[in-house]
Design a protein around this ligand. Sequence first.
Ligand code: FES
Ligand SMILES: [Fe+2]
Length: 366
Amino acid sequence: MTERMNARGLGPLEGLQPFPEGWYFVATRKSLAREKLVERTWLGEEIVAWCDDDGRICVAGAFCPHLGSHMGPTVGGVVRDGCLVCPFHGFRFDTTGQCVATPNAPAPKAARLKLYETREILGMVFAWWGAGGRAPQWELPPEPPAGAEWSGLRSHAFRFRGHPQETTENSVDLEHLGYTHGYDDVCPAGSISIEGAYLKSCFNFSNVRRIAGVKDIVSDVTSVTHVHGLGYSFVEFHEQTIGMDARLWVLATPIDGTLVEVVLVSQTHEIRKPGRFVVGLGFLPMRLRHRLMNRILLREEMRYVAQDVVIWERKRYQSPPRLCRTDGPIGKYRRYCRQFYPELRLETGVPLRERMDEAASRHLSG
Ligand code: FES
Ligand SMILES: [Fe+2]
């Protein structure tokens, strides 16, 4: 009976509903400026995104309300004078989604694009995906300050068979940090806190880093992870040995119900005591120092994520998990996640798999 309900109620990808509600990364403002018009398969939907001459960004469904053509650049859609032009009959749409012109007749008022709410953080553009198309239920955090003392952003994308709930679970899975990544002395700094869609998790660790291929140093790090739904994780690192602050965004986006794309974005603060670990770095101009350190940071984080990807893409969603006492707050995390699947609530108001996860945590704490 349990097996049948599980299979029927919880959808593909081994028991995880494929599209949790939330804010998901679409593109950077820079890439929109460069490519003019971007198309994506995003949470199972075809979308396009562009930016008009006044900097207004539009993320919209890719299908034309006239006769249904896909309007992405690979089909022939273009942006002219800030408007998206459909490749089939030339209808034009402005960034409010309204059809504003056709080649030979007045624009039909009812011709409007399906729009997605957008938010922007340091040039990263996010759009809201709501269950059944519902409006945003919570907000992304305010943009963090980023003056000249911060480097520019660097990024790298991984695409693999996976799910954002599974990738985000890393933030609270402290045991794997030592076992999979080789961190030493991983130690939670207080318990995780949860407020609506916001989860905060803090821990300290140390590891040995080879900086710029020059020298192995023992690095003591404090990290604070801010999770705002399953598409937006923001990690603040403070590296105590060299006095370096850095930021890492981990932006997971479901593509088509099977694949997930995880974009890592890094940013590094000016280094206060470079002479302590790399002779010569102190002589570089600040801007180059930033850039170099940010490149090193991203490369290192890519190496860690590549270790996770090997696990993620072959794992199954384990529910209930059979936890041990040093696992970290995985049960709490899974209860936090239930809010992102409003359509899966059964008559009891609690999705089946969460009841199972809860039973597992009770068993553990009992
Ligand atoms: S289908 Fe787009 S203009 Fe006709
Ligand atoms: Fe990891």
